[in-house]
Design a protein around this ligand. Structure first.
Ligand code: DP6
Length: 339
């Protein structure tokens, strides 16, 4: 495990964190301020889709406001405010009022169907706290990252991770259930549209409770969580695959029946779902899908089938782009900064 507290005289730090793909999804909050979820969720942290973030706290008072740059663009409006609120949480913990310069780079396109908020808020939390010399445990970092973005709580750990819904802010934290080298699973993301999604996850979580199916999904989830935990422990791919598809469809049923309803799918989404079934049934290729809050489809397979799946995805006309990732480590501190 990386040591996050390092003695240093500067107030600058850089961290890299992987995004993650959820096998049992987080959809809906019981507390929207603290981002307390309606259920536990389980994910795999990604090695090949990550965010690198440098934070420099201005102890000399040169900055009038926080300055946030992501992928070369100065952030403004709602997305900047969300980052500033997270910087505020760190300022409160450190009892400081320094403004910050934040520079962040994703190694994947932000609208690719990979959660940049998960890797982004995890990297921001680790870099920001290190630069403030806040000596937090991984669980405390997870609780803090969660308040920036729910799924970021899981990106504080590498490999296979479960986020416990908890009772309050201190107990709603993630933990590693298996390290990254436990199972060579691949996430092959078939991007059918890189356009920005019409409704953010942040707004979607608030709508979940308006669907009559949300409570039913949550009630049945203990069984799914148990299945996924033991499928991961025993590397039982078929068992994992069956449950992750069912939960992705259940979450989208909740989205589609919310008021107002959320239909994230595009025609290409359904085309890929049917293709996955065809490859499985007619060609005996073990591959299953999951879908987050967007139209893009994550295909999960074991390493032996990665090339077969990637080749087939590439041949589909509706796919604009493919991103492939294996399980990855938790956040890493870096010695070079992005400034
Ligand atoms: C569908 O973590 O993006 O990807 O907490 O508002 O940042 P905020 O939402 P976010 O929601 C993720 C939703 C999901 C499922 C999941 O990753 O568990």
């Amino acid at each position: 495990m990386t040591t996050y507290s390092r003695l240093s005289t500067s107030r600058t730090a850089t961290a890299r964190a992987g995004s993650n793909i959820a096998f049992i999804k987080y959809w809906g909050v019981s507390d929207p301020i603290l981002n307390l979820p309606l259920s536990n969720s389980i994910s795999m942290t990604l090695a090949d889709a990550y965010t690198t973030t440098s934070v420099d706290w201005d102890s000399r008072g040169n900055l009038a406001t926080d300055e946030i740059t992501v992928d070369g663009k100065r952030m403004a409006g709602k997305s900047a405010e969300r980052v500033v609120r997270h910087l505020d949480r760190m300022r409160t913990l450190a009892d400081q009022d320094f403004r910050a310069r934040v520079v962040s780079l994703n190694n994947f396109p932000m609208a690719s169907g990979i959660a940049s908020s998960a890797s982004g808020f995890a990297a921001l939390t680790v870099a920001g706290c290190a630069a403030l010399r806040l000596d937090l445990s991984p669980e405390q970092l997870s609780a803090l990252a969660r308040q920036g973005s729910g799924s970021a709580s899981r990106s504080i750990f590498g490999g296979f991770v479960e986020w416990e819904k908890g009772r309050d802010s201190a107990t709603s934290v993630a933990r590693q259930i298996q390290p990254p080298d436990h199972w060579a699973l691949f996430d092959i993301v078939a991007v059918v549209s890189a356009a920005e999604k019409p409704v953010s996850s942040e707004s979607g979580h608030l709508l979940a409770a308006t669907s009559p199916f949300s409570a039913a999904r949550i009630d049945a989830l203990d069984m799914g969580l148990t299945e996924v935990r033991s499928a991961i422990a025993t590397c039982d791919f078929e068992r994992l695959g069956r449950v992750i598809e069912r939960d992705a469809l259940a979450m989208h049923a909740v989205m589609m029946t919310s008021v107002p309803n959320l239909i994230y799918w595009q025609p290409g989404t359904l085309e890929i779902i049917h293709a996955v079934r065809r490859w499985r049934e007619q060609e005996r290729i073990p591959v299953y899908f999951t879908i987050d809050a967007g139209p893009n489809v994550h295909l999960i397979c074991e390493s032996a089938f990665r090339v077969a799946v990637t080749d087939r995805v590439r041949a589909l006309k509706c796919v604009e782009q493919i991103i492939v990732s294996k399980p990855g480590p938790g956040p890493q501190r870096m010695d070079t900064h992005l400034f």
